[in-house]
Design a protein around this ligand. Structure first.
Ligand code: FO1
Length: 325
């Protein structure tokens, strides 16, 4: 299939890696990016998942970290720490790695937002430099943030749970604050309605895909679209491929398995999926899901390089084509 309009709901590192493969197939791609990771630090508005997609597809990503910039330095971070220590101020987030090159993105974004420019327009302007080769839309223009309530009663920003605590303290609730007042950003619903295929890539089902779906109207658009909706499991065997999806799934009471995540998304029209891809090690999950009415296929799901990601993306498009008939 050439010139297919593909709409992808994507989070950070896993979603970005998948998009590198999908883009190599030469289709017209719109990415609905997660904004739940967004955080204000040092007065700067930081949009980690939007930036990870933009940098990865634009060629600026740190390959080693999967976030932030290649050839990065952290001199400004060191200066801030020096002032903070001297002022005996330990309030600042020293645990968050703000790189010097990366900060230019946050300074401009913050300046434009302060001038009243929408996050969608800010993202378009930033992408004008990086030319990611896809249309990158934030899920919503309103400021939303994923906050995590821990079993010890504290509620912390997702970034603190993820980066400072390494999800080491169990979460009992994960929610996208501000979601109820949020609306799909311009073009988001249209991208789902007019897609030939909609893909849920192997992003974190809770804090990346789940947060996008909590913006009112987006989940319903997925249930309604005439396009086949195909997902790829972020879990291989009984473990997440990277990140800490297991800690997130535990917080919402979903078992860490390819089968359980598919059931969590559900089958249309009540759920979100028409088809599901699992790794070959989870073949029996594919057979079980297919028998239970959700067509599933077992294919290699390790995104070891762009070719592997491209093969996965092609498998998703092939399944979508099969389902369309
Ligand atoms: N992830 C980390 O594990 N450690 C960091 O210090 C860190 C800093 C950081 C700065 C900017 C940015 O855009 C992303 C950053 N991330 C960092 C990744 C961030 O936590 C992402 O939200 C998660 O990796 C989930 O996608």
């Amino acid at each position: 299939m050439q010139g297919v309009q593909v709409t992808v709901l994507a989070g950070g590192i896993g979603g970005a890696r998948f998009l590198l493969g999908l883009r190599s197939l030469g289709h017209d791609i719109t990415v609905i990016g997660n904004t739940g990771d967004d955080v204000t630090m040092w007065g700067l508005r930081i949009c980690p998942d939007l930036d990870t997609v933009m940098y990865t597809l634009g060629g600026g990503i740190s390959a080693e970290r999967g976030w932030g910039r290649e050839d990065e330095t952290f001199r400004l971070k060191g200066e801030l720490a020096a002032y903070r220590a001297a002022a005996d101020d330990d309030s600042a987030p020293s645990w968050f790695g703000l790189g010097d090159l990366d900060i230019a993105t946050h300074v401009l974004r913050t300046q434009w937002l302060r001038e009243g420019v929408t996050l969608s327009e800010v993202t378009r302007r930033l992408c004008a430099r990086w030319q990611p080769g896809v249309t990158l839309l934030p899920a919503c223009d309103e400021p939303v943030e994923t906050h995590v309530t821990l079993v010890d009663g504290r509620t912390v920003h997702f970034q603190e749970w993820w980066v400072r605590l390494h999800a080491g303290v169990a979460a009992k609730r994960i929610e996208l604050t501000g979601a109820s007042a949020a609306h799909p950003a311009p073009g988001v619903i249209e991208a789902i309605d007019s897609a030939d295929v909609v893909v849920l890539p192997p992003s974190n089902p809770v804090v990346s895909i789940g947060t996008i779906l909590s913006v009112p109207g987006i989940a319903d658009a997925l249930r309604r679209t005439t396009a086949p909706v195909v997902g790829l499991s972020p879990i291989i065997g009984d473990a997440p491929v990277r990140g800490m999806a297991d800690a997130c799934l535990a917080a919402i009471g979903v078992e860490t398995s390819a089968y359980a995540v598919a059931m969590h998304y559900g089958r249309r029209p009540s759920g979100l999926l028409d088809g599901w891809l699992v790794d070959q090690t989870d073949k029996e999950a594919a057979d079980r899901l297919t028998e239970e009415g959700l067509p599933a296929r077992a294919v290699p799901l390790l995104m070891s390089d762009v070719d592997a990601s491209a093969a996965m993306a092609q498998a998703a498009l092939d399944l979508a084509e099969e389902l369309r008939r």
